[in-house]
Design a protein around this ligand. Structure first.
Ligand code: BDR
Ligand code: CA
Length: 313
């Protein structure tokens, strides 16, 4: 039986890759819904972008919900400098979504779904700031123990930060929500920058997607053409880190990743290191491990998986 997941996301070109990967893998993953949040760009764009991606995937029956439009306690920080004005810059023109947006608020959908499904059968896949999840957990604490697992793109240890010298974007935007999730005591698997900075969109990898000749393959390649320029310039790397699909790839093929089960705490006070994921990677405290914090990826196998699944759409 496929594993039931909710994808919580702020598309984003790399979020789009994650959504494609999940929707192309119905034998393993049942996408109960896609919940959108403000992050890379404001909510009116992320909810729209999620629907555009479902249209490209040929899956217009997917349920897409709009959630929180600002972090729990702070003003929103966005990343148009990485993702472009629309959040999905690349394909020109970017089409308007055809499929509808659900009426229900994303947080209500998360709460209702976790209450309705048998306990321990729904996995939360988080690809953006954790506002929707933090809000759902605060409003309905009874749902926390019903979560099967949380698999998250966020944080960093060795790579430290990308939006500030100390913090990764998804955690930095809503550290208070991230703190709630890291304290939730549910099984938590984290794909930090340490992993995603090894999943680079090299030219042959992007060309393999383009050569599929499908709407999803072409759109993905065009999105990555745009997405790459920022990180190539910033890091001098061969391509851009494809962060978010690592979450879905983990559910499809966990052996692509290796890491450590460690204690991770979120900095919510310091101005200098706000949103830092303080990981006890070397076990220097006796704090209880609360997260499987990944460090390495088999990048060739990851891109093969992604391209093979894109070909199905
Ligand atoms: C994360 O931030 C966003 O820009 C990406 O979509 C990814 O989820 C990487 O730090
Ligand atoms: Ca994202």
């Amino acid at each position: 039986m496929p594993r039931k997941i909710i994808i919580d996301t702020d598309p984003g070109q790399d979020d789009a890759a994650a959504i494609f990967l999940a929707l192309a893998s119905p034998e393993t993953l049942e996408v109960l819904g896609i919940t959108t949040v403000a992050g890379n760009v404001p909510l009116p764009l992320t909810q729209k972008n999620a629907r555009i991606v479902c249209d490209w995937a040929g899956k217009p029956d997917t349920k897409v919900f709009a959630g929180c439009d600002a972090p729990m306690k702070r003003p929103l920080v966005t990343a148009e400098h990485v993702h472009g004005k629309t959040g999905l810059d690349g394909p020109d023109p970017l089409p308007a979504p055809v499929m509808p947006l659900q009426d229900q608020h994303a947080v209500d959908f998360i709460i209702d779904t976790l209450r309705a499904e048998p306990a321990g059968t729904v996995t939360l896949c988080t690809l953006g700031p954790l506002t929707n999840i933090g809000t759902a957990f605060s409003r309905a604490p009874d749902i926390i123990e019903r979560v099967q697992e949380i698999v998250m793109m966020g944080g960093a240890y060795f790579e430290v930060g990308n939006i500030t010298p100390a913090a990764e974007f998804n955690i930095y935007v809503d550290p208070d929500a991230a703190d709630i999730v890291f304290r939730s005591e549910r099984p938590l698997t984290v794909m930090p920058l340490d992993v995603t900075h090894k999943a680079l969109t090299t030219k042959p990898r992007v060309e393999a997607m383009r050569s599929l000749g499908t709407p999803a393959g072409t759109a993905m390649a065009e999105m990555l053409d745009f997405f790459e320029r920022f990180d190539v310039e910033k890091y001098g790397s061969e391509g851009a880190p494809l962060h978010d699909p690592c979450v879905i790839a983990y559910l499809l093929q966990p052996d692509l990743f290796t890491g450590r089960h460690v204690n991770v705490q979120i900095e919510t006070q310091s101005e200098l290191t706000l949103g830092m994921t303080v990981a006890d990677y070397w076990g220097v405290t006796d704090h209880k491990p609360n997260a499987m914090f990944m460090q390495d990826i088999n990048a060739d196998a990851f891109f093969n998986l992604l391209t093979e699944r894109l070909a199905r759409l």
